[in-house]
Design a protein around this ligand. Sequence first.
Ligand SMILES: Cc1cc2nc3c(=O)[nH]c(=O)nc-3n(C[C@H](O)[C@H](O)[C@H](O)COP(=O)(O)OP(=O)(O)OC[C@H]3O[C@@H](n4cnc5c(N)ncnc54)[C@H](O)[C@@H]3O)c2cc1C
Length: 595
Amino acid sequence: MSERQPIDDEPVEYDREDVSVLVVGAGAAGARAAIELAQRGVDDVLVLGKRDHGDAHTTWARGGINGALGTHDPEDSPAIHAADTLNEGHFVNDSAKVETVTEQMPERLRELDEWGMEYSRTEDGEIDQRFFGAQSFRRTAFAGDHTGESMLKALVDRARELSVPYRENVMITKLVSDGDAAYGAVGYDMDTGEFVLFNAGTVVLAAGGHAAVYDRHTSRDDENNGDGAALAYDAGASLMDMEFMQFHPTGMAVDESDPEWEPWSGRLVTEAVRGEGGRLFNAEGERFMERYSPDQMELDARDVVARAIAQEVAEGRGTENGGVYLDISHRDADFIRERLPRMYERFQDLGVDMAEAPVEVAPTSHYGMGGVAVDDHGETDVDGLFAVGETMAGVHGANRLGGNSLAETVAYGVVAGERVADRVDGPGTVPDELRESLVEPHLRDLRAMANRDGEHDVDAALADLRELMWDHAGILRDEASLREGLDRLADVRERVADLRVGPVTSESFEFAVDLGFMTAAAEAVLRGALEREESRGAHYRTDFPDVDADWRRNVYFEAADVGGMRLRTEPVDEPSEAVQAALDEGHELDYHQLE
Ligand SMILES: Cc1cc2nc3c(=O)[nH]c(=O)nc-3n(C[C@H](O)[C@H](O)[C@H](O)COP(=O)(O)OP(=O)(O)OC[C@H]3O[C@@H](n4cnc5c(N)ncnc54)[C@H](O)[C@@H]3O)c2cc1C
């Protein structure tokens, strides 16, 4: 009798689905891309997400979405919106992409209105607009404090009306690509555990961002782990701007050993608390913003306030939980309850009355400005692979203007949808050679990972990865610490190769897949931060504390032929004449920040 073959050589079973266009991700960006395709008559589309239909991170966006509608300020324009975006992005944004977004936004906001988004309105019934951080005019449209939820509902309803096919609870684990062109994607059904190969002529990645590679973050649990960036990078596409992470100044700083408080660590404490008069104090009772920003104080830009808090904590003037105090107790209880109802309620439930006592806050990872490098139509340098929404890079530069990420989702959803619709020519076919050399070995690896009794715990590896990112690629960075971070990452990677994992349908299996994505995204953040020897926007190097004009460049990350990550830089293009004129006009920025 012949000896039993090692399990890895056994045939692997998988379902196949053939579609012309596969949209990976069903937040605002994926939904809008699919709607555009359907409206242009492309019906052989499949949208999938790793959660239930309508349940994506987009629902957590609260504050608003930007567009120069001019409801209150008719002098506002897309060019001034673009100028504000470049200013806040410290002039390393891709200005053509910025303009693509800002020019479209008035129309995109109106169509969302037609599709049922429940905007807050003026007395005349117009779409209301308010100030948001660092904007020259009131251009942030909103739906109370549930903008993202209302927006995604309108998009999902519209997609349903157009009968866009949707498959929920499918996790994509790899794209099928030979490095030059994409042919589809592979993943598994999270309910049944079945593996699936999607043959697709075009893949649109709309899989969200990577802010949750940090310990303290504002993202929903198990989202924003860098799936989009890592999938594209693995398929041969370049990433860019990964060193730029936006740290929101006020996340909840909690005692993580207390089970009641622990789940709240890093959760956003809205800027409206500062907007309504909240003051920041260190553990010594000093209103420390006087030293960092005597004019703007607590209302200065996100990166400035976040850095000030980090500095206070680093110099030993922080609270026991590694934060500072945010105090609005000088305001009336009624005022606080009326203006900050959700915040008041949240802290009240945890036993803190904001009208009586300060709350503890610390910076928290909020948004990755970087992501997949795309051309003006949202296409990557892999033919047939597009990236949109938070997965793509280029619009936000070194710091994102609040309200611009929701704008980017719908604007680039349309741009990519248009482009794909022009080119689509039937379902894709994965070449036999790629099926044998890439798809099946990958699925065998997944099968081998399921039920593996490895040495290391998935949750512990995840926690260590997030902690090292916080320790080494946080707000205050320097060469020695970034190098140490890369060493610690190598150690986590070794453990990831030998994890203890449950069946394919288990949470530990999903997290083990996530760890693969997260280590790739984390490596790019660390390497990019090491490469950029200057400080700009959200990226601050204590060993290079100044802006360096020679660094008006973007860092790109690509997989080298033989292992490793290769970095290159390219200079930034100049803005158009119209945007330059708006910049030259020097509009006054308003520093109300309400996200
Ligand atoms: C607390 C908070 C508040 C915010 N408030 C605002 C705001 O007021 N204004 C603003 O402009 N921006 C805001 N943002 C940012 C904004 O919400 C996001 O940038 C935006 O919603 C991203 O949309 P998206 O469609 O690109 O991705 P998401 O909404 O994150 O959707 C990603 C989709 O991809 C799917 N997916 C991911 N990985 C996989 C995989 N491997 N396989 C299959 N499917 C996958 C997910 O299931 C999901 O369907 C906020 C962010 C946070 C964290």
